[in-house]
Design a protein around this ligand. Structure first.
Ligand code: SF4
Length: 382
């Protein structure tokens, strides 16, 4: 089973922390849709019959900048070029200012059955500081609108650890979460990526950088509060009520094959248990369209993945999840005694209570381990 990711590269305006690929004009929407349909057809000829599709994810950019007709066209093209008999989940990212109940109802009719809503904050001051296009009022109403349209499966994104954000302010956000009880929450600490407007503001002393110790305190508060509300903390940044884990993200974390469409999208396809390829599309809308007008795939980098890289990637992806590393799987597939190979590091991490090993022979991070996730993963790579 495989997954498809569609990168829709349009946004109303630039959020100050964002380093994804997008454009803020709509001049190229029609040529982009034509190019995307060509890419779906070309990749369908190459991979369409290899594996059935399990999940589809519209990300970006902002997919909700597309019309319902455009979304319908894209899904119909996927239906005609891929095996869709086993599709479980079709997720769609949206921003609260783009949609109303009528749009959401029509979206359900296209087959989309899960929403990922970019709320980020309920505070008007924080939204303005981040240069988000929506207001706090729109953030408050979008969950009701989604439910009214019939979506019971949705996630909200929230950002914590803004430079001046206090624990009390973040607790107010968590209180709102308790009131609206979304089935899934993805919550990320604010990171400063090179080249973003936020990066420049910090360089020019307009803003101060987020403080690590503050972000750690807010993350800890998040884990405690959401677990207390009944959410399963099933990945470093992901919390779900029972039955509402993201199937698409789980496919990434369990190393399943996926194809990415649209500018800057990544793909991963393995030929067998120990070899695969990864490639990336050009991060330029004009070039992307031009390639596909010539019926050429818009790939910028393709790299073969060796057995050791596959293993390290498996470790990296799986350690971010509650399910953790399946040590029997590593033994079977990679012929590696992981515990023997990393004995010294594992002993130290067990003493520090950063990891645990379950009865089913899975090595996973503890809550303490989640706090220092990157460092622990660094210790355990081969
Ligand atoms: S809407 Fe999303 S993709 Fe667009 S600029 Fe903001 S964070 Fe980036």
């Amino acid at each position: 089973m495989a997954s498809l990711y569609l990168h829709i590269p349009f946004c109303k305006q630039r959020c100050i922390y964002c380093d994804f690929y997008f454009v803020t004009t709509h001049r190229s929407t029609r040529p982009f849709i034509d190019a995307l349909l060509t890419e779906i057809s070309l990749q369908g000829q190459a991979y369409g019959q290899e594996e059935a599709i399990e999940t589809i994810y519209f990300g970006g950019g902002t997919p909700s900048q597309l019309s319902i007709e455009e979304i319908d066209l894209i899904l119909k093209a996927i239906h005609s070029h891929f095996n869709m008999s086993d599709v479980d989940e079709i997720s769609f990212e949206l921003n609260p200012d783009d949609v109303d109940v009528t749009y959401l109802k029509a979206l359900r009719q296209t087959g989309v059955n899960r929403l990922s809503i970019g709320i980020q904050s309920f505070s008007e001051a924080d939204l303005r500081w981040m240069n988000r296009a929506h207001t706090s009022e729109q953030a408050m109403h979008i969950v009701d609108h989604s439910r009214q349209a019939g979506f019971s499966n949705f996630s909200i994104d929230l950002i914590f650890g803004l430079p001046t954000q206090t624990l009390q302010e973040w607790n107010e956000t968590l209180q709102r979460v308790q009131n609206i009880k979304p089935p899934h929450i993805s919550t990320y600490s604010l990171t400063v990526e090179t080249g973003t407007p936020l990066y420049k503001r910090i360089q020019n002393n307009v803003d101060t950088a987020p403080r690590e110790e503050n972000q750690a305190a807010l993350y800890q508060a998040t884990m405690q509060a959401l677990t207390h509300m009944g959410y399963e903390h099933y990945e470093v940044s992901s919390f779900a009520l029972d039955g509402f884990r993201s199937q698409h993200n789980q496919a990434y974390w369990t190393h399943k094959n996926y194809l990415g469409f649209g500018p800057s999208a990544h793909s991963f396809w393995r030929q067998d248990d120990l070899h695969g390829n990864r490639w990336k599309n050009v991060s330029n809308l004009k070039k992307y369209i031009h390639h596909l007008q010539e019926e050429a795939l818009p790939h910028s980098d393709t790299e073969p993945i060796s057995k050791n890289e596959l293993l390290d990637e498996y470790i990296m992806l799986r350690l971010r999840t509650l399910d953790g590393l399946d040590l029997d799987h590593i033994q079977r597939q990679f012929k590696l005694d992981f515990i023997g190979q990393k004995k010294e590091q594992i002993d130290q991490l067990l003493i520090a209570n950063h990891i645990a090993i379950s009865e089913s022979n899975r090595l996973h991070l503890t809550e303490n381990g989640f706090m220092v996730c990157d460092a622990v993963i660094g210790e355990l790579l081969i």
